[in-house]
Ligand binder design. Structure first.
Ligand code: GDP
Length: 307
């Protein structure tokens, strides 16, 4: 089952990318408005690098602009900008889809990530988005290591008027996962979203715990979890890539929820994540409110990064 979402809100994405736009868009436009020479190209590469695009992408994009300049010496600012935007959309769209479709219900979505990245908030936001799109949703509070996370999710669930299955603090998260998926199945829910403990990715035993949760899912629904989304904080830059690599090593990820894009000037991290990891960014966090989560739309994202 592929969830269909109402189109991403242009206004929200635009507003969330205001900082990134003033850092990147303004700088690049000013570079392209002058004479293009080796110095300009060096500055372009440096700016892309500083905006977290990653070394490889910064260098490839600069090479592309160098070639364009040689081929079309009469190009104007907007021509270069359009070429850059086209390349970026191409890169973002070339990320292979990780979705394997199974029709079984409920669809199980496991949410993983390091503490503080916005995991619990994203579970609530995603549940809200699903509810808005007419789905019956249940959330599972399997972050049993933080009583506050259980309480926080319970408040959101009450607010959204959806069911929640929770364990007592310090109880086995795999048991909560089993109960939540079982309850969602019995109650004929379309989707169950599972919040997990966000412990440090460097601890192997904690990753094994995640594996145990996956096994719990499969006991109830053989192909589940259907999606495993890693929540990453856009403001942590390249550190987010390292986190993703660690998680992906232990548990296959099907998508990224990139939070706090509203709090960074370095929007290039979206491109670096997809390129270096080959994992698609599925949703972006645009603020702290319940409806501040948007399905990721490459064209809209790139447009708002520059204009
Ligand atoms: P967790 O420890 O990973 O579960 O993180 P939380 O869900 O508790 O979120 C940590 C903080 O990040 C909270 O203050 C959230 O309101 C905030 N947060 C989460 N997502 C976003 C976002 O997209 N934008 C902003 N500005 N803040 C966010």
């Amino acid at each position: 089952m592929v969830f269909q979402f109402i189109k991403s809100s242009y206004k929200k994405v635009k507003s969330a990318l205001a900082r990134a736009r003033s850092f990147l868009g303004t700088k690049i436009k000013s570079l392209f408005s002058g004479k293009i020479d080796e110095h300009t190209l060096e500055q372009l590469e440096q700016t892309l690098y500083e905006a977290d695009f990653g070394v490889k992408t910064a260098s490839e994009l600069t090479k592309k602009i160098r070639e364009l300049h040689l081929e079309h010496p009469s190009y104007k600012t907007q021509d270069y900008l359009n070429a850059l935007k086209t390349e970026l959309v191409k890169i973002l769209k070339s990320c292979p889809s990780t979705h394997r479709e199974y029709s079984e219900l409920p669809q199980v979505i496991l949410i993983v990530g390091v503490n503080g990245n916005g995991k619990t908030t994203s579970v609530a936001k995603l549940a809200n988005l699903m509810v808005q799109n007419g789905h019956k949703v249940l959330v599972g509070a399997a972050d049993t290591f933080r009583a506050a996370a259980i309480e926080q999710l319970e408040i959101w669930a009450n607010c959204l008027k959806i069911d929640i299955v929770k364990g007592s603090p310090k109880s086995d998260p795999a048991a909560v996962v089993f109960d939540a998926v079982s309850a969602a199945k019995a109650r004929q829910c379309d989707v169950v979203i599972l919040d997990t403990a966000g412990r440090l990715h460097t601890k192997t035993n904690l990753m094994q715990e995640l594996e145990k949760m996956r096994r719990s899912c499969k006991k109830v629904s053989p192909h589940s979890p259907h999606e495993t989304y890693l929540v990453l904080d856009a403001t942590t830059g390249q550190n987010a890539i390292d986190q993703a690599k660690q998680f992906h090593h232990f548990t296959p990820l099907t998508g990224i929820i990139l939070t706090k894009l509203d709090g960074t000037a370095k929007g290039g991290i979206v491109i670096a994540i997809q390129r270096e990891l080959g994992i698609p960014v599925k949703f972006i966090g645009t603020g702290e409110q319940i409806d501040d989560l948007e399905p990721f739309d490459p064209e809209q994202f790139v447009d708002n990064l520059f204009d």
